[in-house]
Structures are given as structure tokens and as C-alpha cells.
Design a protein around this ligand. Structure first.
Ligand code: WT7
Length: 667
């Protein structure tokens, strides 16, 4: 036996892509990859286009077990829609019970703890099934019922998956908050959802440090008078516990019934909430369905990552984001696949941690964000070259546009020039991947996400709502009613916001993504490839993490010294973009390094470390429209050193010269 399990496979080290003979920077699957892939014929695009709803209906039957079938595939009352009407299923059943027959001894999750001296933990489908059943019974005993929101502040440990699936089993909705958000962010989300229970850990490990979550959240739990808090002991920190309210996970699990009947859930009932940033106000609770969402997660997982029985899938996405939900939890488990969960930081203890995990586990598909690739690339090629990564077959990218230079490094150094890169574009709202090339069909082009998935109706529109011509740029939209079934079903308790954010730009039949794109000339199966250029609204993508200008500004405006502030994304060579603050001070205040530190501190406290500002400019005025709205577009142009465009919309254009000087604008 070789030291790498992949070495024993007939696929080991094989070439899966070839260069286009005529065009530079275009790659295609080799015949060998085509033979291997679930989908290798571009006709699938044409076929799906003929009747997208029928296409999804068939796929839903292939991918999932249903307790009751639907009468109607899709109902469309713009801008609202329902899928698989009156059907019943259960996500936990589809991820667990149905695999027991032939996969109960298969590894479902291989968990890599951050400390190297700790052993990895492997949970088989049988293990996961038993634990989920027991935990579901405990949730019920604590009074959690169908349609109750359960908030999580949990890191990447197996208990997070167990708890999420337990919620699905009884029809409760999880609302998972990223651990690099602050206790205040947890509070805000618990209050918005009306959630009375929190699941968290004593602590966990990140870059060699113990991050103690329970101690940090105690005050919040008191303030909101939470009814229950379940604490998984991960780091043996001995947190303070409230006798009445707080329960240790292990103690609950020690005395629990073994089986919990999976609740038959209407395909349209809410499966979970996930808060994400919008263009204005507080984060909004994106409502996802259960069965319909699960179908898109499972199908995209199978087709885009081309999952086979013996594969080992590794996504580095944290469970606090939609990628963690669809491709670190529901997608892989619905397919009965084996996947890796890694607790910690990609560069701990050394910058080769991810490469080491790939080598040791014989990972076949690896999915990460450009920001991680850029950060690891900076550490030098030696860290990758040290490892044998020939088990890899497919590489994935997500979260932000991937620049050509990073793409090429990923392709050559990590994939050894053998593996296709699936650049997957989607959003929290879409629930599953929307644009990408399929591995067995191609083509793979640096910086270009690809065509829409079969069964999805996309377009790129100009400002007047007309489709742009090839090689022109515009705004990415989805044409109703050809959304995938994974598409959001609303914003929790806020239908106005749903209509305003997504269905007002181009009318109530067209979903507006907030992203700009270029319709490329290259097409496949009658679908143009799309190059995603990034957000055109007031949303930032910091290291692939989505943040709203408005939330960060709200935090800063709490400072006594500040009259008002505006936050925009400033380019950063590793993180893609980082928050830059423009602050107008109150009379008598002066800008100083201390005030900069205060700004950083309050943002970290109110929003979380993930939103830490990288620059703060003190200015006397901000560019505004006649009606007093800040024109962030100008500020963005300034920090990016780009053309500022038409300035006649500003009521106070004279402020721009001061701003330009402060940021050192040369454009
Ligand atoms: C925003 C959504 C979807 C999972 C991760 C983030 C940007 C996402 C790509 C890509 C260019 C991308 C967009 C999008 N984005 N994937 N492959 N190429 N940009 O989910 O937090 O909801 O953020 O991420 O700007 O709107 P999210």
C-alpha cells in the first residue's frame, strides 16, 4: 500500500483536462474525464431548456425520497413561487436513514481537529444517524417544536452537523451564526428570529488559540432571557453555566431515546434561516425551504463536483455561510458521500495544512475561496510542492471572482495542470450553485464562472432591462419563473424587503442578483458563459465573506465623535477587498490614530472580527444626492483608483477634491 490512499486508485495522477487547440486560456475535459463524469453531453442544456420545471421535477424524484409526491411542480405568483406542492419529505431522512441500507459503515464526516496532536474523528453514516436521532429527541424534550427557530453559534465540529440534522428531523429551523461574528450579532439574529434556544461550544481552536464562545455569550443569554443553551464541550474550558438554562451536550446525550421518527415536512415549509447582509439595514433572515432546497444542493453536488462512491470531498467553507450549508452538509450527505470537515485555520501550524489534509485523506474534490488560495500562494510554492496531491480530480472556487493569475497558480500548483477548476457563482439567496461549467462538459476559462446550470434561466441585462450583447457587461438576473428549486422563499418577517431587494430593479418577474457580469461570446449548449465582475450594490465581499456597508456604518455611527460614516470595499491583494471607512467628525473633534483604533474596536464588537476596517479617512463631507443619499459609487471609485463616472448626480461635488487627496487618488 502506498502512503496515499489515492495512489491505489486507477485514477491516481491522471490528466483530466486538455488545452483548447485554438484559443488561449480555454480548457476542456479529456475523454477520460468525460467517461468518468455523470454529465458529459452538452445536450443536457438544450433538453433542460425545453421544459425547466419538468427537468427539476424528474431530478427531484431521482435525488430524493419523498413520503408524498407533488400535484404540481411549480406555482408562480410573481414575485412569489412554490415548488413541489403538497409533497412531503425530510432532509435528515434523505441525508441519513436511506443510506443505512448500503452505506452504514461508510465515513460520512472525517473530522480534522486543528491541533496536530489530536486524532482525527471519523463518523460513519450509522454513527451520525444514531447521534442525530438522540439529539433530536433531546431537542423535543427541551420543548423545541416544528417551526421553532434554533440559533447556533458553532464552529466546524461534528456536533454542528449532528445538531443541524436533528433540527431537520423534527422540522425546527436552524439559524447558524458564523463564529467570527460578535455576540451582538448573535443577539440581533436571535431577536429577529424570536429564537429562545442557542447551541454553542465552550470553546474551539483557531490558529493555536482557544476561542471561548460560551463565556462571551453569557451576558447576551441573560439579556434576551434565553430559555435554553446547549453547550458542546470541545476545548475543556470549564465555562460558567446557569443551572436552569444551560445544559452540557454530553450529559443530554447520555440519557436519550435512540430513535426519533423523522417529521414529514412539506417541501415548501421552512428548512432553515440564514442571515446575510443586504444593501440597507440589519442582516436579513433568508428563508430556505427543506425538500426543494435539498434537491438543488444534492443535484449540483453530484453534477458539479462529480461525486462518486469512493470520492473524498473537501470544502473549506465554514458552516456559518451558505456554502457550508449546501456543500459541507446537505449536498454531500444527501449523496451519501464522504467528506472532510476541518476545524481550524488554513495556515496552522504551517501554511501547508490544507495540502497535508488533501494528501493524507486522498481528497478527490477540493473546494475553496480565491482569498484562501491567494493567502497560501503568498507563502511560497514550496509548501504545496512538499505534498503529493495526485488524488485530486476536480478543484472548485467560490465566493468572489478569481483573477487569472490566482486561477493559473491553483490550476498548475495545486491541480498539477491535471484538474478542471469549477468556478461556481451563486449566493445565499440562491441556495445552490447557479453558474459554472460542468466538469465533463467544460469549458474552463480563468476568471469566467461559466454557463447557468441546466434548468436555470439567467440573463445579463443593461440598465434599461434589455439583454446585453455578447462581450458586453450588465447586471446578472434570473428570469422568473426559471429559478432553481433552491431559491430563497422570502426574508423572514419582511416581505417588503424581499420585493424591494430582489424584485424591483427589473420588475417583479426578474430576480436581481446585485452582481455585474459580462456575457461572453463563448457558449456551450446554446448558453453563453458569464464572467462575474462583482457586486454593484452596497455589499462587500471580504475574503469571500459577505458584509453590508450599512451594518458597519451603523456600528461606527455609535461613536460620540462621529457624525456620519460611509463604508466601501477597498482592493486588497489577499482578501479581495476590505472595509475602508470615510468618517465625518462632529464639530470640535479631530481625527487621530486613537479614533481610528476606536473605529476598529467598535466594528469588531458590534459586527465581529470578520468586518475589521483596514483604513479610515477623516473628511468634512461625503458625496450625496439631492435627496441626501450617500453616493458610495464615488467613494468606491476613489479607493479603487478608477474612473469616477458621471458626477452630476452629486449635490456637493466640491467635496470630492478633499476625498481624492485623503485617499491619494490619481485616476
Ligand atoms: C456573493 C454572494 C455563494 C457562496 C459564497 C458567498 C460573490 C460568489 C462567486 C464567483 C464571482 C462570486 C457574488 C455574490 N460570488 N461566488 N464564483 N465569482 N463572485 O455567498 O455570502 O451570499 O455572497 O458572492 O458577489 O453575489 P454570499
Amino acid at each position: 500500500m502506498g502512503k496515499n490512499v489515492g495512489k491505489d486508485s486507477e485514477d491516481y495522477g491522471k490528466k483530466w483536462v486538455k488545452k483548447d487547440e485554438e484559443r488561449e486560456n480555454v480548457y476542456w475535459p479529456t475523454d477520460r474525464l468525460k467517461e468518468k463524469c455523470h454529465i458529459s453531453d452538452k445536450e443536457i442544456y438544450e433538453k433542460a431548456k425545453k421544459d425547466p420545471h419538468n427537468f427539476w421535477s424528474k431530478k427531484a424524484k431521482d435525488m430524493f425520497d419523498w413520503f408524498e409526491d407533488w400535484d404540481e411542480v411549480m406555482e408562480w405568483n410573481p414575485p412569489y413561487f412554490n415548488w413541489f406542492l403538497d409533497s412531503k419529505t425530510n432532509l435528515s431522512y434523505n441525508c441519513l436513514d436511506r443510506h443505512l441500507k448500503d452505506k452504514r459503515n461508510k465515513a460520512a464526516i472525517i473530522w480534522e481537529p486543528e491541533p496536530l496532536e489530536e486524532e482525527k474523528r471519523i463518523l460513519t453514516y450509522q454513527d451520525l444517524y444514531r447521534k442525530v436521532n438522540k439529539f433530536a429527541n433531546k431537542l423535543k424534550e427541551l420543548g423545541v417544536e416544528k417551526d421553532d427557530p434554533v440559533t447556533f453559534w458553532m464552529p466546524m465540529i461534528p456536533e454542528t452537523a449532528i445538531a443541524a440534522l436533528a433540527c431537520q428531523r423534527i422540522g425546527a429551523w436552524h439559524s447558524i451564526v458564523f463564529t467570527a461574528f460578535s455576540p451582538k450579532a448573535v443577539k440581533q439574529r436571535m431577536e429577529d428570529a424570536g429564537s429562545e434556544i442557542l447551541i454553542t461550544v465552550d470553546g474551539f481552536y483557531r490558529r493555536g488559540k482557544t476561542i471561548e464562545l460560551k463565556e462571551q455569550i453569557n451576558e447576551t443569554l441573560d439579556e434576551i432571557e434565553a430559555e435554553n443553551c446547549i453547550v458542546v464541550q470541545r476545548a475543556e474550558t470549564n465555562p460558567s453555566m446557569d443551572q436552569e438554562r444551560d445544559h452540557f451536550y454530553d450529559e443530554l446525550m447520555n440519557k436519550s431515546e435512540e430513535y426519533c421518527e423523522p417529521e414529514p415536512i412539506d417541501a415548501e415549509d421552512t428548512g432553515f434561516l440564514l442571515y446575510t447582509s443586504g444593501t440597507t439595514g440589519k442582516p436579513k433572515g433568508i428563508k430556505h425551504s427543506c425538500g426543494a432546497y435539498g434537491v438543488q444542493a444534492a443535484l449540483t453536488m453530484k453534477w458539479i463536483f462529480d461525486i462518486h462512491e469512493n470520492d473524498v470531498f473537501f470544502s473549506t467553507a465554514d458552516i456559518g455561510w451558505i456554502t457550508g450549508h449546501s456543500y459541507s452538509l446537505y449536498g454531500p450527505l444527501a449523496l451519501g458521500a464522504t467528506q472532510i470537515w476541518y476545524e481550524g485555520s488554513p495556515d496552522y501550524p504551517k501554511p501547508d495544512r490544507l495540502w497535508k489534509i488533501i494528501e493524507e485523506n486522498g481528497v478527490t474534490q477540493f473546494y475553496t475561496a480565491p482569498t484562501a488560495i491567494r493567502a497560501l500562494r503568498k507563502e511560497g510554492d514550496g509548501w504545496v510542492e512538499k505534498h503529493d496531491l495526485k488524488s485530486l480530480r476536480i478543484l472548485g472556487s467560490v465566493g468572489e471572482p478569481i483573477d487569472t493569475s490566482t486561477w493559473k497558480w491553483y490550476f498548475e500548483k495545486v491541480g498539477g495542470g491535471r484538474c478542471p477548476i469549477v468556478d461556481t457563482y451563486w449566493q445565499t439567496e440562491t441556495g445552490g450553485i447557479l453558474l459554472t461549467s460542468l466538469p465533463g462538459v467544460g469549458p474552463f476559462v480563468p476568471g469566467v464562472a461559466g454557463p447557468p446550470l441546466p434548468g436555470i434561466g439567467y440573463d445579463v441585462l443593461d440598465a434599461t432591462g434589455e439583454p446585453v450583447k455578447e462581450e458586453e457587461s450588465g447586471e446578472i438576473v434570473i428570469d422568473g419563473p426559471y429559478f432553481g428549486p433552491g431559491m430563497l422563499r422570502g426574508i423572514y418577517k419582511n416581505p417588503e424587503k424581499y420585493e424591494e431587494e430582489y424584485f424591483s430593479e427589473f420588475g417583479e418577474e426578474v430576480y436581481f442578483s446585485g452582481d455585474g457580469g459580462v456575457k461572453r461570446e463563448l457558449e456551450i449548449g446554446g448558453q453563453n458563459l458569464i464572467e462575474v465582475t462583482g457586486r454593484i450594490d452596497d455589499v462587500l465581499e471580504v475574503a469571500g465573506h459577505r458584509l453590508g456597508s450599512a451594518e458597519i456604518e451603523d456600528a461606527i455611527d455609535n461613536l460620540d465623535e462621529i457624525m456620519e460614516s460611509a463604508v466601501v470595499g477597498k482592493p486588497h491583494d489577499v482578501k479581495g477587498e476590505v472595509p475602508a471607512v470615510f468618517a465625518v467628525l462632529k464639530q470640535g473633534e479631530t481625527g487621530s490614530d486613537e479614533l481610528r483604533d476606536k473605529i476598529v474596536k467598535i466594528v469588531r464588537e458590534e459586527v465581529g472580527p470578520v468586518a475589521t476596517p483596514y483604513a479610515a479617512y477623516f473628511v468634512t463631507d461625503l458625496p450625496k444626492t439631492e435627496s441626501g443619499k450617500i453616493i458610495r459609487r464615488f467613494l468606491k471609485g476613489l479607493v479603487r483608483d478608477e474612473e469616477l463616472g458621471d458626477m452630476t448626480t452629486a449635490s456637493n461635488p466640491s467635496c470630492l477634491s478633499e476625498l481624492a487627496e485623503k485617499v491619494g487618488y490619481n485616476g
